[in-house]
Design a protein around this ligand. Sequence first.
Ligand code: G1P
Length: 288
Amino acid sequence: MKPLRKAVFPVAGLGTRNLPATKSVPKEMLPVVDRPLIQYAVDEALAAGIEQLIFVTGRGKGSMEDYFDISYELEATMRERGKSLDSLKGTRLEAGQIAYVRQQEPLGLGHAVWCARHLVGDEPFAVLLVDELLWNPVNPSISQLAETYREKGGNVISVLEVPADHTHRYGIVDPGLSTGELTEVRGFVEKPKPGTAPSRLAAIGRYVLQPEVMTVLDKGERGAGGEIQLTDALAQLIGSQPFHARTYRGARYDCGDKAGFVQANLALALERQDIGAEVREFARELLG
Ligand code: G1P
């Protein structure tokens, strides 16, 4: 079994759900407390032992590349003023650790992942959807999937049960045998029409995948919404590779949703040593 060393971050999306902020700021750069969303996803991958990060970007995403670069001017000024550089921790990765490829056209998540095929090569790889902030500092989502991958091999995805009237927003699993947190995936449907979902188990933006999915994506077949869907490509591999869904344990904030984004900020602010007490006091007063 090949070790999991690579992660793909599809970050080319226009972020229309977060407009107007995302008119000139990539949605991945929206801060939750003081760190942009992309930093949470990168930290999650690194915590799972992933070494190579592949960003699938697009036009207008340059600030993300700058963010993970050295800012000589900023650092020099901070040093001159005797300020600690601790706040920049995590923004400086090893040289060459991030590679960027572009998705020139928004043809869907499957297409975005396929744009990384030459960098992924013939190794397993993780996929992290950055607007899903999965917060479990003890055992992050990708670490949970990596563990299952080492046990079972094949493709593994994070899932959560969603309300029946939300299933049309997600990739939904047709479940086979279930043992504890693990469910065999018998089928996988992208955004099923209301009332047709095979279950309420929804993919929540974390995947550990086998490189064979790229061969399926080569065909460029269109699915839900006329897009090239990762879900459809994975469904085609059922039967030829093991495929498991692991129920995620931890907090989840859908930051592509305005309410989810505010909730992430509030929840993570309350956990902070430096500002938690002040925010808690304010929230108490505000709510009476
Ligand atoms: C994507 C995937 C979907 C998954 C969802 C999780 O959809 O296609 O299968 O359930 O992310 O957030 P999107 O939200 O990009 O439409």
